[in-house]
Ligand binder design. Structure first.
Ligand code: CA
Length: 280
């Protein structure tokens, strides 16, 4: 686990193998620059024996390298970083038959004092707790998500679907260079969560929101990961939490029921998920 408090952000991260898998193919890292920019990344690798583990590490390596070059154009930087990661994985896989077919998701949050950007490929996610609103900011590039968008599957059907882990985009494939990038505004007290599906697949959204609202990043990542483990831990679990500015945990308020900016169906989805899961 790592935890830092330099600059206006407090950040902590934790990655865990879970209770079923024997290796951890997730990876996460926090990169910093002397101009105060920070970049947080979660990657969830897949493919072969060592392939998944390698792919997520290669993605972090390439993304970190581009970030360190010092570009001050956030969007161009993220686009180039993801292109570099995709190429790095393809190139490495091309040299070693054992790594053929490896790939990884990658979700990133770029923080600077005047704003933030997110980049995403795959089904790792970025959430934000702002006041009492807990919101998913990224879109999954998964087969079931495409079917939901087309109206062919309901959210409930998507959750239990045998293809729910099938991705339509990931780094290490031709599709990897198609990256979603968006600019975000920042407010003091905003709390971001980057995570792999091993976390969001095991925890209801209201559970995640409650932890982010109640706990400081260093404790929040521990609580989130151990809760996902207790709920099944069927996959590798990774959480990175970043809190903006000075509000202390004791000033944070509990998360309320849905608001206008938190669509009811997402809220209900959290409850359905929790209700349908047998408790230990
Ligand atoms: Ca996973």
């Amino acid at each position: 686990m790592s935890s830092t408090a330099s600059g206006p952000w407090r950040v902590a991260s934790l990655s865990d193998t879970g209770t079923v898998r024997v290796a951890n193919q997730d990876a996460c890292q926090e990169f910093g620059r002397s101009d105060g920019w920070r970049l947080l990344v979660v990657a969830d690798g897949m493919g072969g024996h060592a392939g998944g583990e390698r792919a997520s590490q290669l993605a972090l390596e390439a993304i970190g390298q581009v970030f360190a070059e010092g570009s001050t154009d956030a969007e161009a930087l993220l686009r180039r970083a993801y292109e570099a990661a995709n190429a790095h994985i393809l190139e490495t896989a091309g040299r070693d038959v054992k790594l053929e077919g490896m790939g990884t998701t990658a979700v990133a949050l770029l923080l600077r004092p005047d704003g933030a950007w997110t980049a995403n490929v795959g089904d790792s996610r970025l959430y934000r707790l702002r006041g009492r609103d807990f919101e998913l900011l990224t879109e999954d590039h998964s087969w079931v998500q495409v079917q939901v968008r087309k109206g062919h599957l309901s959210l409930a059907e998507a959750e239990g679907h045998p293809y729910r882990n099938r991705l339509v985009r990931c780094l290490g494939y031709d599709s990897g260079s198609q990256v979603d990038i968006q600019a975000l505004d920042l407010e003091v007290g905003d709390t971001f969560l980057l995570c792999s599906d091993g976390l969001w697949g095991e925890l209801a959204e209201d559970e995640m929101a409650r932890v982010l609202g109640d706990e400081e990043p260093a404790q929040a990542v521990r609580t989130l990961v151990s809760q996902a483990d207790r709920n099944g831990g069927r996959d590798n679990i990774t959480a990175v939490v970043a809190k903006v500015g000075g509000r202390s945990a004791s000033q944070s308020r509990p998360v309320a029921p849905p608001t206008k900016t938190q669509p009811l169906r997402r809220w209900l989805r959290g409850f359905r998920k929790r209700a349908s899961r047998p408790r230990p």
